[in-house]
Design a protein around this ligand. Structure first.
Ligand SMILES: [Zn+2]
Length: 365
């Protein structure tokens, strides 16, 4: 009898022991990695103003954008170190110093409630729900106390970076948030690795502060900006444009003010002329006080979640087209990074930002 009971309980005990040892191990490894964090990353944690670069561009970033859950985050297709890699590469190039960078605070609940519901905020206390928003079932094994610190706060900081970028863009012309672009987030739920609708929140905050009346969202991430479309639906003060691959997530699509569908296999040759064409088309329809550019680079060839075939140099040209179209019209522009899941995604965005930081004011190239 005793033996029976023992044999029933011992596998459970062994499992707990294994999980406990595993958790301890990842915490030790996490602490070790934390100790090895480069100094240039540690310098961009506390909220502060930076310096506008010579060509009228402000760069916004915080080391706090980084989601780090003892390595579990690496199981997600999103390259979560993308932001950090881009920042470090720009520092290495000497194009940026840590002192140049504008570092945001985290969003407050009042900010979040400008777009999202109370029920949504409450839902962020549930690990399973957050794991479903992030499409990362492995994260549902995390204890609740880890959630706020390791996942929610990084998203709050990266989303707040979009608002800070908008404030700077209104002063200097162009601002790049090395993060943000969470265009699948909806008022009552997160979706597609997006928690907070950073751009709609930034628009409402700027409108509330009297800094802008109107705004445009120009979205070239390969997935439709369905969350943005819902958050800003039936709003005459905003114009939403999304150009995306038609036969992939999200399904069904929502109605932006203007949607353009691309077909599987299209690359630089087809897409770049369309970007130019629709930039002209949207500015004929709407002249906003500010543009939010969702510069996802999952249009790249080889992206695991899409099947377009743009090259890295095509992405660089695409982003320059958008930035220059706004500059020529004297419209402040905020660039956010959004999606991009292939191993070279971070490099394409780094090259693009490097190009924008070198662009002379008011020219085409
Ligand atoms: Zn995407």
């Amino acid at each position: 009898m005793k033996t029976e009971i023992k044999s029933k309980k011992s596998p459970k005990k062994r499992l707990f022991l294994k999980i406990g040892t595993g958790v301890l191990l990842v915490i030790v490894v996490g602490c070790f990695i934390g100790c090895c964090t480069p100094e240039v990353l540690l310098q961009v944690q506390d909220a502060r103003d930076g310096k506008v670069l010579k060509n009228g561009t402000a760069v916004i970033y915080s080391y706090k954008y980084q989601i780090s859950v003892y390595g579990i985050e690496k199981l997600h297709p999103f390259d979560i170190r993308k932001y950090e890699r881009i920042y470090l590469a720009l520092i290495d190039d000497g194009l940026l110093t840590p002192e140049d960078v504008f570092v945001p605070e985290a969003l407050t609940n009042d900010d979040i409630l400008l777009i999202h519901s109370e029920a949504f905020i409450k839902s962020l206390e549930n690990t399973n729900t957050v794991a479903s928003y992030l499409e990362a079932p492995q994260m549902s094994m995390l204890p609740a106390f880890v959630l706020e610190d390791k996942i929610i706060t990084p998203f709050k900081c990266a989303a707040a970076g979009t608002f800070l970028a908008a404030q700077q863009a209104l002063k200097c012309g162009t601002a790049i948030n090395i993060g943000g672009g969470y265009h699948h987030a909806k008022p009552d739920k997160g979706e597609g690795f997006c928690l907070f609708a950073d751009i709609p929140i930034a628009i409402r905050k700027l409108q509330q502060d009297g800094e802008i009346k109107t705004a445009m969202v120009f979205d070239l991430d390969v997935h439709q900006g369905n969350g943005t479309a819902i958050c800003l639906a039936e709003d005459d003060t905003t114009f939403t444009f999304s150009m995306h691959q038609g036969d992939i997530y999200p399904n069904p699509k929502e109605d932006s003010d203007m949607d353009v569908e691309l077909m599987s296999g299209e690359g630089d040759r087809e897409i770049l002329p369309k970007v130019e064409k629709y930039l002209n088309a949207v500015f004929e329809k709407f002249h906003p006080d500010i543009v939010f550019y969702v510069a996802g680079c999952d249009m790249l060839n080889g992206d695991p979640l899409a099947s377009l075939t743009m090259t890295e140099s095509g992405i660089v040209k695409r982003d320059a087209l958008v930035i220059n179209a706004c500059r020529k019209r004297n419209i402040p522009v905020v660039m956010t990074l959004a999606g991009g899941y292939s191993p070279n995604a971070w490099r394409a965005q780094y090259k693009s930002i490097k190009n924008i930081l070198k662009l002379p004011l008011g020219t085409d190239e």
